[in-house]
Design a protein. Structure first.
Length: 655
């Protein structure tokens, strides 16, 4: 507690009050004026007489300055003698009366005895006037008028406070220990709140703690909150999750989901029999989740916006395998198309007109809309396809024994897969014996040079093959590893391209893409393939709009271990690389989205330059682990490279 007084009219005499009160019987100075402090507590002022704290009313300037300071500060106040009893029910300070209980301080002047001299001033003034009016005694020595006069005392000083401030710091001790709750003041009704992303939670009230954790605790990796309106529990609810599948490989840790609902004061997990249906495979693909809402579900909450019935999905595991949510819809149902001998339906698939109404009207359903396209349908098998399938079936007998069997079984079971390649330890000795890696390529969508299957599809392939293979075989379904090729060169365009160089640069990028990835138009991906450096250079030179090419080099980025990459640059000194080879049997060489083309006007030969970090582009030359849409994968620290070997670059170092 600190009181601050700013005075309005203090004497400006160098001697302060000592000089001002010259002629008064009491000898006073600036420190003679003191005040006592008491506080109103339970209808009385404490402490009593004799026990009050005393403070100096005025302060003196420090040398070399003289006189009184224009401000006074009262600090180091002892609260214990004041015996203040808090009034926790007081909303605002009332006007002071004899019935006021607390909330006021009282300052009382305690010294000097004459205070400011108002009581003795009339007498001192009269005595001085009377003395000065008397005839001087007979003397042969004349005296001056000044020597004969008695000094007239100054009028008593009346201090005026221009401004008074009160600063205070309040604290309270709250004991969280269960055996020491009795030390807490129940009348204070002190509370502690934990702030959450969407609200708050009371963890201490009425002198007791409901949770000993001061900060919010989130044990799972991620949470999804769903608020519902128009709910009349108990009742079932059907939720459709529109999800864009993750492209992470199936080697990620399994994901566990826990469904819970808000019961007014805490989250309660759904029982197993209350999760009626889940076709989303732990929210990794689009599907429907049906829940039975219990009768104790409530819409009152401070933790989340009130007025909604809240559901929570807690995910434990690697969130990278989860898809990205687009929307959540209620009252969803999955329908199956009944074949009425109309093969055109299978040919149209996603382009079929959507369902807009019911064949048989239901009064309780006011409207209907189709939110996704059709999926899972397969047209009638042609004779040639039938004979092929039967002959393959006779060979593998619906069992995955050889690598060829794995590939044919996957292609037959999953029409959404365009190409499958099975790799074992016999073809790739670095694989552990008994381990089979199945590389799948989904159907192409446009000119995407890096097609990848979703996590749900990879899991489905694994589960399907495990039922047909030996239990001693470890099966892993993965996407291809796409290794980037980056071209760096200086170009001179022909005269016909004048004014259209930007368009021809875009055309060159497109033609390079189709040259390195011819499978985008037809054919299969070239797993573990290679490319000749001079073939790429020759292809660029053969473009009709290219007149001259120099300073040509190719950069090959390969992933050696998880999140660590090596860069092979044909421009490096001593490099005689003529062929760039994919590092793994399931790797595919693809170009980066943007190459480094420098336009020149002359045809002077320039040696190739080593690719510098500052000339590379983020997300085209660098592999970014976390793009903000999916959780980062676990980084495994590799062994340091051998001296003289390839240079290892960490993405953390590069970025």
């Amino acid at each position: 507690l600190r009181f601050y007084i700013e005075w309005n009219n203090l004497p400006t005499l160098p001697g302060g009050f000592g000089q001002y009160y010259d002629g008064y019987p009491d000898e006073v100075d600036n420190d003679s004026f003191t005040v006592e402090l008491s506080a109103l507590s339970d209808y009385q002022f404490y402490p009593g007489d004799g026990d009050k704290q005393e403070f100096r009313l005025f302060e003196t300037l420090q040398p070399p300055r003289e006189g009184l300071a224009s401000t006074t500060t009262f600090e180091e106040i002892d609260f214990k003698p004041l015996a203040i009893i808090p009034d926790y029910q007081m909303a605002e300070l009332p006007e002071y009366t004899n019935k006021t209980r607390s909330g006021f301080f009282k300052w009382k002047i305690s010294g000097p005895p004459m205070v400011f001299g108002h009581e003795i001033y009339p007498r001192l003034f009269a005595e001085a006037i009377t003395q000065n009016a008397k005839a001087p005694p007979f003397s042969f020595i004349p005296r001056t008028e000044e020597a004969a006069a008695v000094p007239i005392p100054k009028e008593p000083f009346v201090p005026v406070i221009q401004r008074m401030l009160v600063n205070y710091e309040a604290s309270s001790k709250i004991n969280f220990r269960q055996l020491e709750f009795r030390e807490n003041d129940l009348q204070a009704d002190e509370k502690i709140f934990r702030i959450h992303p969407f609200g708050y939670e009371t963890i201490f009230s009425r002198g007791k703690a409901s949770d000993l954790s001061l900060l919010p605790v989130y044990n799972e990796e991620g949470y999804l909150y769903i608020g519902l309106t128009g709910v009349r529990p108990p009742q079932p609810v059907s939720l459709f999750f529109d999800i864009r599948e993750s492209k992470k490989d199936s080697l990620q840790l399994p994901l566990q989901l826990d469904w819970a609902y808000w019961r007014g004061d805490r989250w309660v997990n759904f029982d197993q029999d209350e999760v009626l249906l889940d076709t989303t495979a732990s929210l990794s693909t689009s599907g429907i989740v049906q829940l039975h809402l219990p009768d104790d579900l409530t819409d009152r909450s401070t933790l989340l916006p009130s007025g909604l019935y809240w559901l929570r999905v807690a995910a434990l595991g690697n969130l990278a395998v989860m898809g990205r949510g687009i929307r959540v819809l209620t009252q969803a149902v999955q329908v199956e198309w009944v074949d009425n001998a109309d093969p055109a339906h299978y040919e149209q698939m996603g382009h079929t007109p959507p369902i807009t109404d019911l064949v048989i009207q239901v009064p309780e359903i006011s409207s209907l809309s189709q939110v996704t396209g059709f999926f899972g349908g397969r047209p009638k098998e042609r004779p040639a396809e039938f004979y092929t399938r039967v002959s393959e079936r006779l060979r593998h007998k619906n069992r995955a024994a050889q690598l060829w069997d794995y590939e044919r079984l996957v292609l037959e079971r999953f029409p959404e897969i365009r190409q499958a390649k099975c790799i074992g330890s016999t073809s790739y000795p670095k694989l552990s014996p008994g381990k089979v890696k199945v590389v799948v390529v989904p159907q192409l969508n446009g000119l995407d040079p890096e097609p990848k299957a979703g996590f749900f599809l990879l899991q489905s392939v694994e589960n399907f093959l495990k039922e047909l293979a030996s239990p001693f075989v470890e099966i892993e379904a993965v996407n291809p590893v796409y290794e980037k090729l980056r071209i760096s060169c200086a170009l001179k365009f022909s005269k016909e391209t004048l004014g259209e160089k930007g368009r021809y640069i875009q055309q060159l990028h497109q033609e390079i893409l189709l040259f390195i990835c011819p499978w985008l138009k037809s054919g299969s991906l070239n797993f573990g393939g290679n490319i000749h450096v001079h073939d790429v250079l020759g292809f660029i030179k053969q473009r009709p709009y290219i007149q001259f090419v120099t300073r040509f080099s190719l950069v090959h980025v390969k992933e050696e271990t998880t999140s660590y990459y090596t860069i092979e640059d044909t421009a490096e000194s001593g490099s005689n690389t003529e062929v760039l080879q994919a590092s793994r049997p399931w790797s595919v060489l693809v170009p980066v989205r943007l190459h480094q083309f420098i336009l020149v006007d002359d045809e002077s030969f320039l040696p190739p330059e080593i690719a510098a970090i500052d000339s590379m582009r983020l997300e085209t030359d660098f592999v970014v682990l976390d793009d903000g849409t999916e959780a980062p994968v676990t980084v495994v620290e590799p062994e340091p490279p051998e001296e003289g070997g390839d240079e290892y670059l960490s993405l953390d170092d590069i970025l």
